[in-house]
Design a protein. Structure first.
Length: 301
């Protein structure tokens, strides 16, 4: 049995609940960005804890690329129903149809970056003044620059040098009309914290986080799910492997790992000994050294 001390999880839980209650107190039109991935699941679970027995005071918002894992979409709908929350879905396909964005082409084509425009348009349409996300500082170096309350200008853009101090856990949510905040209540959590908390609280997650057989292909040393949405390269071929996903996003850019982890204890042990971050196999993060930061500056999650 893999042993660990769970005392710190109570501190992380209390901190996140405090942040969520601050959002409810300071903002008029907050939403919780919900993808059906483990981090947004934990954020939504904490939201239920923060306001129970009252309903969650946040509408859920999902930006659907149309290329999501079917298992994730199924879980998304079941989980939202279980929580009794309202879910609003906005589609990248609609942004393409309206000419707001252009579909990429070639073997590296993905709709992941196109989500930015759909998200910013939805925030403007719904008059959102706070968008709660499940991002954590340990995910990637640009994530580490985020505050709990991360200010965005009227164009949805992020400027890391202009973020506000948060001394003594005092959060300044004042903003001009048209501006909004991205809120990150899980900022101080790590990947293993998330999994330990999921195990401790017995929280359900999509089955693709666990080991299973799947048709995949290998690209630049990384394993990706084969689907109708991907185009194989000249020397690439489909094979059957036993894999699982550490992170869930668009099928075209989300890498898998070979794994026999069939339960939460196995996953925790695997993450604890891994030498790679969960985003290490994301194609979209490998396009340049500052790929994620560039997208965040433009309004990405």
């Amino acid at each position: 049995m893999f042993s660990y001390n769970l005392d710190h999880l109570r501190e992380l839980e209390a901190e996140s609940i405090f942040v969520l209650r601050e959002v409810a107190a300071q903002f008029e039109h907050p939403v919780l960005l919900f993808s059906g991935g483990k981090d947004s699941i934990v954020a939504s679970y904490l939201a239920r804890k923060a306001f129970y027995p009252a309903p969650i005071p946040f509408t859920f918002l999902h930006v659907d690329t149309g290329h999501n894992f079917p298992e994730t979409i199924r879980f998304r709908d079941e989980w939202v129903k279980e929580l009794g929350a309202e879910l609003i879905v906005r589609y990248v396909q609609d942004s393409i149809d309206k000419g707001r964005v252009s579909e990429e082409s070639g073997i590296h084509a993905s709709r992941n970056a196109l989500q930015t425009t759909t998200l910013v348009d939805a925030i403007e349409e719904l008059k959102v003044d706070a968008a709660i996300g499940g991002a954590r500082r340990d995910e990637e170096k640009s994530r580490a620059k985020e505050r709990f309350f991360s200010h965005r200008d009227e164009f949805g853009q992020w400027e890391p040098r202009n973020q506000r101090p948060e001394l003594w856990s005092l959060f300044n949510g004042h903003h001009r009309k048209g501006e909004h905040f991205r809120i990150f209540p899980l900022s101080n959590w790590t990947e293993i914290d998330i999994w330990q908390y999921i195990k401790k609280e017995n929280i359900r997650v999509p089955e693709i986080y666990f080991s299973h057989e799947r048709d995949v292909f290998v690209r630049e040393g990384n394993i990706y799910a084969f689907s109708d949405f991907v185009q194989l390269g000249k020397d690439e071929h489909v094979s059957r492997k036993v894999i699982r996903f550490r992170t869930i996003g668009d099928m075209t850019c989300t890498g898998a790992v070979e794994s026999v982890a069939t339960n939460l204890e196995d996953i925790i042990r695997e993450v604890a000994t891994s030498r790679y971050t969960e985003r290490g196999s994301r194609i979209d993060d490998q396009r340049s050294e500052t790929s994620l930061e560039d997208r965040k500056r433009a309004g990405y999650f």
